[in-house]
Write a protein that binds this ligand. Structure first.
Ligand code: B12
Ligand code: SF4
Length: 473
């Protein structure tokens, strides 16, 4: 038996580690997660004596990964460190970091099982797919198979992993689930487009569905064991295949029948599907407007949906009693203040139950980041700033006209939508220099919308903020 210890600073149940944990446990290995600060990690390493330490990281988490792995090595810990997740998948060259011993490119259930078997048997890692590692100072790059083919063959995510902590045990208020991997759409800012390209997989096989029965079987177990308040389907787009969705809705109503939230696309949904979702128990859907400007949506973001389609869907949702939540971005490449203001106006028009407004971040290797480089709106070295919280939330790294004013508007999105009679006032004060008050209003708005989105009590919201506070500093 080999032991894998995940380290994280984010108090959020990530499906990646849960899937890996389930897969390796099914092969007799052990998996634990340690969340918190360096001293907590040290203590857990002493207690559990892992054979491998793992980080699951998005791009903006790499600062934490680099700092922690460097401290671990400096403090004399010899356990090899592996990094996986979306950042490692796009940037396996992080293996060059002296404190990172292995990286995992792509999905990891199969490769991690093989790797831990090898560790257990003290064998070399030469033929472990998706794993790059160092041996005698040299980097060995094994063959990459980015994706798991048959998701029904994977064990269900290990939901016990996070339950060593009271924070997760006390109240499973929602259970994150994924019914498929991959997405057929081609939004220019999203990792999916580039992953499709680098993986060289036939496009038609990129989206991999779990069978309806497999998903329902998982939900039944979660419902019985953890009594969640609702299910959150985290698929980029939940409704892609109509037949699958109708079948799912029928079985969900019959066997599960608790509220759920999912992501939809206005141009991919009919009123019949909305009725089916509602009948099954869906009480909240989320969808991207992203920008109220047709030019930005279509030419910059490659989202061809029209205003009319968004408005029509909002009307269907309201008529059928499903609340909706919109995703929006500001600070987009070439976006003007007038265009950003249209995003406020479109939200006012459709009156969502809640909304997320995020600063656009040019994630390296995405189409839109490449476009921004071509247009000289960013420089290659700017990507190194992305891990700084300031550039994740408060300040754009784009160098373009009106960017400060647009970002000020982003921070004032909530009062600008709510108090429409003060439109001229909001427009005028966005001309002020960026300041702490705008940041405060923005943080408050995000927290409040998050409370609505996740159906949190005020107490739970405060707990979430306290636990994750250091990430936003
Ligand atoms: C749920 C989710 C979240 C959750 C949980 C994050 C997580 N990592 O699970 C929360 C709410 C915390 C979150 C937050 C954010 N998110 Co998010 N999120 C997602 C989402 C929708 C699903 C992730 C998921 O569950 N995937 C399913 C699992 C099974 O896949 P996986 O995580 O890739 O794991 C597999 C492999 O990567 C690998 N693997 C993963 N970890 C590890 C670790 C080891 C050791 C190994 C060996 C392998 C390995 O094996 C796993 C199983 O096969 C993705 C989009 C997507 N469809 O993936 C965006 C995504 C990951 N998020 C993204 C972003 C941008 C954000 C935010 C910055 C948004 C914002 N502006 O606030 C924040 C970052 C917060 C922070 N830390 O600072 C981007 C990341 C881009 C990037 N280059 O980093 C994504 C890809 C969305 C996108 N369209 O681009 N997010
Ligand atoms: S619909 Fe969502 S997940 Fe799919 S490509 Fe667009 S942003 Fe990415």
């Amino acid at each position: 038996m080999a032991t894998l210890l995940f380290l994280d600073e984010l108090w959020y149940e990530k499906l990646g580690p849960m899937y890996i944990s389930a897969a390796i446990k099914a092969h007799g290995h052990k998996c634990i997660i340690s969340i918190g600060r360096f001293d907590d990690f040290r203590r857990d390493i002493e207690v559990f004596r892992p054979d491998l330490i793992g980080f699951s990281a998005m791009t903006m988490e790499m600062n934490f990964v680099r700092k922690t792995s460097s401290r671990l090595k400096r403090s004399g810990i010899k356990t090899p460190i592996i990094v996986g997740g979306i950042h490692a998948t796009f940037f396996p060259e992080i293996i060059e970091d002296e404190n990172i011993d292995l990286v995992c490119v792509g999905e990891a259930e199969t490769s991690m099982t093989i790797l831990l078997d090898k560790i257990d048997k003290k064998e070399s890692f030469w033929d472990v797919p998706n794993i790059w590692f160092k041996e005698n100072g040299k980097i060995v790059k094994n063959q990459i198979n980015y994706f798991e083919q048959n998701l029904d063959n994977l064990p269900f995510p290990d939901r016990e992993l996070y339950r060593r902590y009271k924070y997760f045990r006390k109240n499973i208020y929602f259970a994150p689930v994924m019914t498929k991997r991959g997405c057929p759409f081609e939004c220019s800012y999203c990792f999916n487009v580039s992953l499709k390209e680098i993986s060289n997989w036939p496009k038609k096989h990129y989206v991999r569905y779990r069978s309806v029965d497999n998903v329902i079987a998982e939900l039944e177990i979660i419902k019985k064991k953890y009594h969640p308040k609702y299910f959150l389907f985290q698929d980029g787009t939940f409704v892609i295949n109509d037949e699958w969705t109708f079948d799912f809705c029928r079985k969900y109503k019959e066997k599960i029948s608790i509220p759920f939230t999912c992501h939809i696309r206005p141009e991919r949904i009919s009123e019949n599907l909305i009725i089916a979702l509602k009948t099954a128990g869906c009480d909240l859907v989320k969808f991207g407007i992203e920008s109220g400007s047709q030019r930005i949506r279509s030419d910059i973001l490659n989202r061809k949906v029209k205003d009319d389609q968004i408005i029509r869907m909002a009307n269907w949702l309201r008529k059928n009693g499903i609340k909706f939540y919109t995703f929006n971005m500001m600070g987009l490449p070439t976006e003007t203040f007038v265009e950003a203001w249209r995003t406020i106006e479109l939200n006012r028009k459709i009156k969502p139950y809640a909304y997320a407004f995020d600063l656009y971040i040019p994630y390296p290797k995405t189409k839109l980041a490449n476009f921004s480089l071509e247009k000289k709106i960013i420089k290659e070295e700017d990507f190194n700033k992305l891990h700084l919280p300031k550039y994740n939330m408060y300040q754009s790294i784009l160098r373009q006209a009106e960017i400060d004013r647009v970002v000020n508007l982003l921070k004032l999105y909530w009062p600008s939508i709510k108090f429409s009679f003060l439109s001229n006032f909001w427009k005028e004060i966005t001309k002020l220099p960026p300041n702490f008050l705008f940041d405060f209003i923005y943080n408050f708005s995000i927290a409040w919308q998050h409370r609505k989105d996740c159906r949190l009590s005020i107490f739970r919201l405060i707990a979430v903020i306290i636990k994750n506070f250091k990430i936003f500093k």
